[in-house]
Write a protein that binds this ligand. Structure first.
Ligand SMILES: [Zn+2]
Length: 499
């Protein structure tokens, strides 16, 4: 598809003061030159040239979110927001207010975003029953590892008689999959809205780790004209043999437009901090002596090694979820034993001796800095005495690890500026920074949010660009977090334009 050459006139590069003109030809950055300053310059010589005046705005590489659950993110905006609940009772009250009195039957009401790690009371099916009656209600936790159902929903999802209505890990994921099973046209319409919103934040690409056979989902969307984002889609163990049979290798292009690629092979080896299922060396305070007091290891080492061997032998690069320090140790061990590279997703709590192993093994630390802002209080409680080595982005960086930033949307918003601001400031809502020694420089945060491994755009590279109102390398915390984006280009084609 040919588009006319485009001149971005009078922009600035991050950290730079002198304006430049950027010429884009055939979707590539063709030239970066000192700004001519005249609208009759290059544009006057070539009538086919389209010109956008940037008036000193900043041009940065297009942004990537390296860890997204896209259909869930698209659906969350349609769900009841229960993230503000500070107790089970408050969550129940939010559900009650949404439903109104005397509800009978009806479609499943889905709420999202509760964080029960510090709640004083226990979530139960019975308390939801009291406000929801026979209307099925499912509340999904903010970290996705837990679902809280009322009795009608338990019956609806075949879990009749469950003692508490609180399902964790694989039991919860099974409910997610059922919830995500809405008509394709519906979820695709939501996905298009979500893609538009992402483009408006300067996003050009995502790694979609939705728990589904993502190839057919994204091929369907591409056929319907979705072309606002590059997508690398993940493959899960339940689809590994199918992926191999179809010859999918990480990095392969699977569509004509070149926007859709095979992403990593995703394995989840432990739970999460909020659910107290992240697999740790130490016991969780308050759970001492209980079964699973150190969290849950959902894929034991020999099973993990077998999966990684099978995947890597077939050209699929692993992306392995580990949150607790023991789970991280075991995943690094598996990478070392097999001798393959890949990414470690989350890496939230690390033994200090494991920090240098990322660089030594060539394992990317795929991290979600905003989780530290959501979870700082929970971490202070459940990882007390260990938080100096949690979300340790600076330590990883100084040890030579390659960082890749992401949101894990819907756990945090799909907005790389929120992600970068959390990494750079370790603070939110006016609170003092949490472990400020783990802040990373803005250059590192921006680099880890792009694919070019640089903060500046490069001649010869795809013209995946974002134009911002402020310099991301010099912006204060509030500006960085809410960075206004004036223009987003995907291979030279505007996917968002507000100038
Ligand atoms: Zn995730």
């Amino acid at each position: 598809m040919s588009v006319p050459p485009l001149l971005l006139a009078g922009g600035r590069l991050p950290g730079g003061a002198a304006p430049v003109d950027v010429l884009i030809v055939d979707g590539l950055v063709a030239e970066i030159t000192a700004a001519s300053g005249s609208s009759t310059g290059r544009a006057g010589r070539d009538r086919q040239l389209e010109r956008i005046d940037l008036d000193g705005r900043f041009i940065v590489p297009g942004l990537w979110d390296n860890h997204v659950h896209f259909s869930q993110w698209a659906a969350v905006s349609r769900r009841l927001d229960v993230s503000a609940a500070r107790s089970a009772a408050e969550a129940v009250a939010l559900v009650g207010a949404a439903i109104g009195a005397g509800s009978a039957g009806g479609e499943v009401l889905v709420g999202f975003g509760f964080r029960d790690g510090l709640w004083p009371d226990e979530p139960t099916a019975a308390t939801l029953d009291a406000v929801a009656g026979s209307r099925p209600v499912v509340l999904v936790s903010g970290d996705l590892h837990c679902c809280w159902l009322n009795s009608a929903a338990l019956a609806h999802f075949g879990r009749d008689g469950h003692p508490t209505g609180v399902l964790r890990e694989e039991d919860a994921f099974a409910v997610h999959r059922a919830l995500d099973d809405v008509p394709a046209e519906t979820i695709d319409a939501w996905a298009l809205d979500a893609a538009r919103a992402a483009a408006a934040r300067g996003v050009v690409g995502i790694v979609d780790l939705e728990m589904a056979w993502n190839r057919s989902v994204w091929e369907r969307r591409a056929a319907a004209g979705h072309d606002l984002l590059r997508v690398e889609f993940g493959v899960y163990p339940q689809h590994l043999e199918r992926a191999i049979a179809e010859g999918l290798r990480t990095g392969d292009e699977v569509d004509e437009a070149g926007l859709l690629r095979v992403g990593p092979f995703k394995v989840i080896t432990d739970g999460s901090l909020n659910t107290r299922t992240a697999y740790c060396f130490d016991e969780y305070p308050g759970l001492e002596g209980h079964a699973d007091s150190r969290g849950l290891l959902t894929v034991p080492p020999d099973e993990l090694r077998a999966l990684l061997e099978r995947a890597t032998a077939s050209g699929l690069v692993p992306a392995v979820h580990a949150i607790g320090d023991h789970a991280n140790r075991l995943v690094l061990d598996a990478f070392e034993t097999i001798g393959c590279t890949g990414s470690l997703e989350h890496a939230q709590l690390l033994a200090l001796t494991d920090v240098p192993r990322f660089a030594a093994l060539g394992v990317v630390a795929s991290v979600q800095p905003e989780h530290a802002m959501d979870d700082r209080d929970v971490a202070d409680r459940y990882w007390a005495g260990r938080t100096h080595r949690s979300f340790a982005l600076r330590s990883l960086l100084e040890a030579g690890a390659q960082l890749a930033l992401g949101s894990d949307a819907p756990v945090a918003p799909l907005d790389p500026w929120i992600t970068m601001a959390a990494a750079v400031t370790r603070s939110r809502d006016g609170r003092p920074p949490w472990h400020p020694e783990q802040r990373i420089p803005a250059t590192a945060a921006l680099t880890a949010s792009t694919r070019g491994a640089a903060v500046s755009i490069q001649v010869g590279a795809a013209a995946d660009l974002a134009v911002t109102e402020a310099d991301p390398l010099a912006a204060d915390a509030a500006t960085l977090r809410a960075m206004p984006v004036a223009l987003t280009l995907l291979a030279g084609r505007p996917t968002h334009r507000a100038l």
